[in-house]
Design a binder for this molecule. Structure first.
Ligand code: ATP
Length: 303
């Protein structure tokens, strides 16, 4: 094997319940993830030396310089973690093609880490497969196991404890991409300031699970929730207007994705998604609009 390509989807949180800070300093989460068909690709190629080299092609020119090319890139960290776990010493060149917005609340870095794990497992013939890669994924970040898994799933612990949920049907989403990203750490700090540390154990709403079981888009739209949204809106008040445009267009649900600033809108069907996308673009409340179907599979070899 001298090269392989892995495609990996962005995530959204249909529900994001944020609880108290645990002993390790991280918040307890109760979340429901869904993988959406807005994908990065990682192309991994063998090398004659033992270097892990990364390059990044950004679909959006405005994001130039926003993704590190050193050992802090999450894809590089993933490759190194796989080497550590398996004793492999081979190198790899990882060429990332990014379509997932950077610092957009859609887990773009975690997605690349998951893709790099799958790509290097294939390239180096380490044969861990999805189940074997999961603990390494969890050590890299809370969202990384879900990016491996894909579909629709609950996330407990800090989000890394994945369990599948019974979900019927497919959904049409529209995303309003903001000009600048938001730091996840800054949003959590704002959350802490708002709640002053007084938060209850997080739970996933029953109505949301019932809507997913029934495949009922209208009920799902009404049940979407995100505990981080007030904090993200305090940091970016202009996002209220973005959400309002989608609501005026009859979106079944309108919410920020994770820590934001990407706004997500649930449409009734493909034509409705197009109407929402056109309204967002016309209102000039974002720099880009993307439509994507969900759920889709997690990180997978495509070539
Ligand atoms: P999350 O939803 O998991 O909180 P996010 O989608 O808001 O994350 P990311 O796109 O993952 O944010 O990027 C967060 C930061 O991580 C970026 O600002 C960047 O400096 C760094 N980073 C490291 N590796 C990558 C990568 N492969 N792709 C994108 N960002 C990366």
């Amino acid at each position: 094997m001298s090269s392989t390509t892995v495609r990996v989807p962005a995530k959204i949180n249909l529900a994001l319940g944020v609880g108290p800070v645990a002993a390790d300093g991280l918040h307890a989460l109760a979340t429901v993830y869904q993988a959406v068909d807005l994908c990065d690709e990682v192309h991994a190629t063998s090398r004659d030396d033992d270097e892990i080299v990364v390059s990044v092609h950004l679909d959006a020119e405005r994001e130039r310089g926003s993704v590190p090319l050193d050992g802090t890139n999450l894809a590089v960290r993933a490759a190194l973690a796989l080497r550590e776990a398996t004793g492999v010493t081979a190198g790899a060149t990882l060429a990332i093609r990014k379509a997932i917005p950077v610092a957009g609340g859609m887990a773009g870095g975690s997605a690349d880490a998951a893709a790099a794990l799958v790509a290097c497992d294939e390239l180096w013939g380490t044969g861990l497969g999805r189940a074997g890669l999961e603990p390494i994924a969890a050590s890299l970040g809370s969202d990384v196991p879900f990016c491996l898994h894909g579909g629709t799933a609950m996330g407990g612990g800090h989000g890394e404890q994945i369990s599948p949920v019974l979900a019927r049907g497919g959904y049409q989403w529209v995303f309003a991409i903001a000009e600048r990203g938001l730091s996840t750490a800054a949003v959590y700090a704002e959350f802490d300031a708002i709640t002053d540390g007084v938060v209850t154990e997080p739970e996933v709403p029953d109505q949301l699970m019932a809507a997913l079981r029934a495949g009922d888009a209208e009920a799902l739209g009404a049940a979407l929730s995100n505990d981080l949204q007030p904090a993200a809106l305090r940091l970016r008040p202009e996002l209220e207007e973005t959400l309002a445009v989608g609501r005026q267009c009859g979106a079944l649900g309108a919410l920020l994705s994770g820590s934001g600033p990407t706004a997500m809108f649930l449409a009734g069907d493909a034509q409705h998604a197009m109407d929402i996308a056109v309204a967002l673009a016309a209102a000039q409340v974002c720099v880009d609009v993307v439509q994507a179907a969900a759920p889709v599979a997690g990180a997978r070899v495509v070539g």
